[in-house]
Design a protein around this ligand. Structure first.
Ligand code: NAD
Ligand code: GLY
Length: 366
């Protein structure tokens, strides 16, 4: 391992935990797990793509350290975040002889992390969860903060829990095998952190531009560590999304969710729809006189530099607004949006007129 380990601590009292970030630290998985407490049994949950790439290696290292280890693999893809997958995993964990001291080790992207986390939160009323995220999105977002869950057939992430991991191990070297499009989609969430919380970080990302796509270890480590720190700061203050602060992480997501739903969840990866959604939200903020056009232009330039889409797709805008009315941030029937007031700062804004939303969508199609 050529790059030092950076540790981000999520300060949540007796549920505080470390996020260890380095390049090549997967080899230290047994030491990291052992540092928590003596462990005798681990259940590694992964998907069929990540199993041969990394999860089988993790299992081997754990066994070498004397930990009885079982690997359970689900098909790759969003469809695995289902009650059927969860039930199968509960049964398999039981059959493996697990008890309340057994640890679930999630090795994979956000699908694996959310599903394995949900299974850990519910098996035997909750057992320890150790996250090893392997996509950029999972490293900067889903593995941190404790939201775990599965989908209902017509409602994403509708069943779940807050179940903080006992620790997160991030090896940025695993991103080398991530398909380019998945990596770009993760960068949308990275850019989002700059817009919502950290103008200096946004400027650093701008200074890297397309070089972000080269995945240099030092760049990856800095980027991931900064995003984890920013997310940890939010989660520490509003763990259960009660004060509205955690909602800032959903910048661009009201538009994004509507675009994903209107296009049948097939046309865009989540991060791609986030990119388009951030620009819609930024144009909406412009229309409401909260920012000037230069902030939208800077986001547009950076998102374009890393190859992300920026145009609203050719779907009925009225339908998009109707879909937004079902968004979790709707309160008493009024549309609410996370909107920037300057670079590095956003606010939850209520009572937005539909005409302004339609206009922000319209300007994104030309
Ligand atoms: P994903 O888990 O489906 O992974 C994308 C693809 O990459 C999969 O095919 C996977 O097998 C493959 N893959 C993973 N790591 C790889 C690697 N290192 N090399 C090669 N291939 C690899 O998708 P995702 O974008 O990581 O996660 C999306 C999910 O995350 C969604 O279900 C979303 O709801 C959830 N999410 C949760 C939170 C949260 O706070 N819990 C936050 C954001 C997103
Ligand atoms: N990804 C949004 C959250 O963790 O709250």
């Amino acid at each position: 391992m050529n790059h030092p380990v950076q540790t981000v601590r999520v300060g949540l009292g007796d549920r505080a935990y470390p996020i260890e970030i380095a390049h090549g630290n997967l080899e230290q998985v047994a030491q990291s797990l052992g540092a928590l407490r003596p462990i005798s049994q681990a259940i590694v949950i992964t998907d069929e793509v990540v199993a041969p790439l990394y999860a089988d290696r993790v299992a081997k290292l754990l066994r070498q350290a004397g930990i009885q280890t079982t690997v359970l693999s689900v098909p790759a893809g969003e469809a695995s975040k289902s009650i059927q997958s969860a039930e199968q995993l509960w049964q398999q964990i039981l059959a493996a002889g697990a008890d309340r001291k057994t640890v679930v080790v999630a090795v994979g992207g956000g699908v694996v992390g959310d599903l394995a986390g949900f299974v850990a939160a519910t098996f035997a009323r909750g057992i320890d969860l150790f996250q090893i995220p392997t996509t950029l999105l999972a490293q900067v977002d889903s593995s941190v903060g404790g939201k775990v869950g599965i989908n209902l057939p017509d409602a994403k992430n509708m069943v779940g829990a807050f179940w903080q991991p006992a620790a997160v191990l991030i090896d940025t070297q695993v991103l080398a095998t991530l398909p380019e499009r998945e990596f770009q989609a993760g960068l949308a969430e990275v850019i989002k952190y700059g817009v919502i919380l950290d103008a200096e970080f946004f400027a650093w990302l701008e200074s890297q531009g397309a070089a972000l796509l080269e995945r240099h270890p030092a760049v990856l480590n800095h980027m991931v560590a900064r995003c984890c720190r920013l997310k940890a700061d939010v989660v520490e203050q509003d763990e259960r999304e009660e004060t509205g602060l955690r909602a800032v992480l959903n910048y661009g997501h009201t538009f994004c969710h509507a675009i994903e739903a209107a296009t049948g969840y097939g046309q865009f990866l989540h991060g791609e729809a986030v990119a388009i959604g951030m620009l819609c939200a930024s144009r909406l903020a412009e229309r409401l006189g909260r920012i000037d056009a230069s902030l939208t232009q800077r986001q547009h330039a950076l998102l374009t530099a890393v190859g992300l889409p920026t145009q609203v797709p050719d779907v009925d805008h009225r339908r998009l607004v109707d879909l937004m009315a079902h968004d979790k941030k709707v309160e008493h029937g009024r549309l609410r949006f996370v909107l920037p007031s300057r670079l590095g700062h956003v606010e939850l804004v209520g009572g937005v007129a539909e005409a302004d939303v339609l206009a922000a969508l319209g300007e994104g199609t030309t």
